[in-house]
Design a protein around this ligand. Sequence first.
Ligand code: AMP
Length: 190
Amino acid sequence: MKVVLLGPPGSGKGTQSKFLVDKHQFVQLSTGDLLREKVASKDSSLGQEISKIMNNGDLVPDDIVIQLIVEKISELKNRNIIFDGFPRNLNQATVLDHSLKEILVSLDKAIFIDVNHEILKDRILTRINETNIEDRRPDDNIDTLLKRIEVYKSNTFPIVEYYKKKGILKEVNGMSSIENVSQQILKIIS
Ligand code: AMP
């Protein structure tokens, strides 16, 4: 099964992906994690360029992200995959369709964690405050966060409509507890 998890920053995509990995034999493909690995490897000026873009809250150029993810998709093609943070715009969504088609699989579901945009800022501020300084991500700060929400609204949110038209969109209420959101997701994938 191949599933995309969609939702704004602070909607709990990472937490719910972890739940599916720990309890339901999924492998998580997070472009954010893949990009952070690239930055940490410090092997090139590319890493520095990516780091600047991420810390600014912008999207890393499609060609870089797509190259990272396409390699992983073919490696993991026989596994249950949860896509976390990819696709983030319509171009990436169509590339994902094509890449899966090439290996003769298709996307089963796109699960949209629907959260009221008004509460995102508070949620992320809580996450920042509850994380030790040394464990904080460089992009976990208020300026970057506000930018990420704007980028989400203009680039990523239109994907919801794209998957709705394809007939694979499932919505869950992201305003309830973590456990309740997990249960809603479980119902969709089982
Ligand atoms: P995340 O870990 O998913 O919150 O992503 C952190 C940052 O990595 C984002 O704010 C973007 O700068 C970058 N990023 C992650 N996934 C993508 C993607 N699919 N396309 C472009 N940039 C991405």
